[in-house]
Design a protein around this ligand. Structure first.
Ligand code: FAD
Length: 280
């Protein structure tokens, strides 16, 4: 995500950018339809990228950097940004001596973020899961309320929204189609709405899509969006997923015209078998 965000930012400043991703697609944790649309968006912006070819080594000279990929492909650049994830630095801080369990440096907790030792809790990136600021905030509030005896509901990983702040922007919450199929087999429904049929997206001259995944006879499991400004739609999307709303109920709700919110409404119309502005 961070590599993609910086590639987008540096391109906006006019730099020539090459993005190297080891996995088969950019933004590999996102639904594959979104990853593919993101790749199309970067190609339109003339951002070069390679996928499925891991970084092997780098060398530095007075004039810049050279990067070699596992395939032997060579890249030359002025600057190299390495954004391959973050790991905890928890050794020699006294955790083990206090009896707190570590797993690959992460702190092991139960669902209520308790370490199992006295009144010791853990929150944020140090707890395995999505490394996001708003997850850390929510977990911090949870622990404060837990200690105060309010018996709060645990922070569910599946309901945490995520946004990639790039152009095009990507926003999602809940399960991808692939994960939903793994968990529920063919008991899921999927619909996509192309932003080309959304008035506000035309005004913004942005391409993209909204993809929704639900149980066949049940609630919405995941919402996946790509296009300029779709991060602003994640508020509605996370309410839908976390309140376990049903597509047929959502399809009846009205969105103001012209807004990008209409695209979310249209995706649920399509999922309910009543597509309105579907592109043929
Ligand atoms: C480039 C980048 C962009 C990001 N963008 C986003 C984003 O757009 N949205 C989002 O939600 N998240 C984003 N994140 C992730 C977000 O920053 C983290 O999820 C969040 O900061 C985690 O909060 P935390 O309190 O768990 O840990 P941290 O914010 O890492 O805080 C831990 C603190 O502990 C300090 N520390 C470490 N060891 C010791 C020690 N021995 N003694 C004393 N202090 C110590 C560290 O210096 C640090 O200040 C981004 C991360 C990066 C790196």
């Amino acid at each position: 995500v961070i590599g993609a965000e910086f590639a987008s930012l540096w391109r906006s400043f006019g730099a020539e950018v090459t993005l190297v991703e080891a996995m088969p697609h950019l933004l590999p944790a996102e639904d594959e339809a979104i990853s593919r649309a993101f790749e199309r968006g970067l190609r339109r912006r003339k951002i070069v990228f390679t996928t499925g070819d891991p970084f092997a080594s780098a060398s530095q000279s007075e004039t810049g950097v050279g990067v070699t990929l596992a395939s032997g492909k060579q890249l030359a650049a002025d600057l190299l940004l390495v954004a391959v994830g973050r790991v905890p630095v928890t050794e020699h801080l006294g955790y083990l001596e206090a009896g707190i369990k570590l797993e690959n440096g992460f702190i092991h907790t139960d669902q209520r973020l308790h370490t199992g030792i006295d009144n010791v809790y853990a929150v944020g990136d140090i707890v395995p899961g999505q490394q996001l600021a708003h997850r850390g905030f929510a977990q911090g509030v949870f622990v404060a309320e837990e200690i105060a005896g309010f018996n709060p509901s645990p922070v569910l990983e599946s309901g945490i929204p995520r946004v990639t702040y790039a152009e095009p922007e990507v926003a999602s919450v809940g399960l991808t189609e692939a994960t939903a199929r793994q968990l529920h087999g063919d008991q899921i429904r999927v619909a996509e709405f192309n932003l080309a049929a959304n008035g506000k997206s035309k005004i913004l001259a942005t391409a993209g899509l909204v993809k929704v995944v639900s149980l066949t006879d049940g609630s919405v499991l995941g919402i996946h969006m790509i296009g300029s400004r779709v991060g602003e739609l994640i508020g509605e999307a996370q309410l839908i997923v976390n309140w376990e709303a049903k597509p047929d109920d959502l399809a009846r709700l009205i969105h103001a015209h012209p807004t990008q919110g209409e695209a979310l409404g249209e995706a649920f119309l399509a999922l309910s078998g009543k597509p309105l502005h579907a592109l043929s």
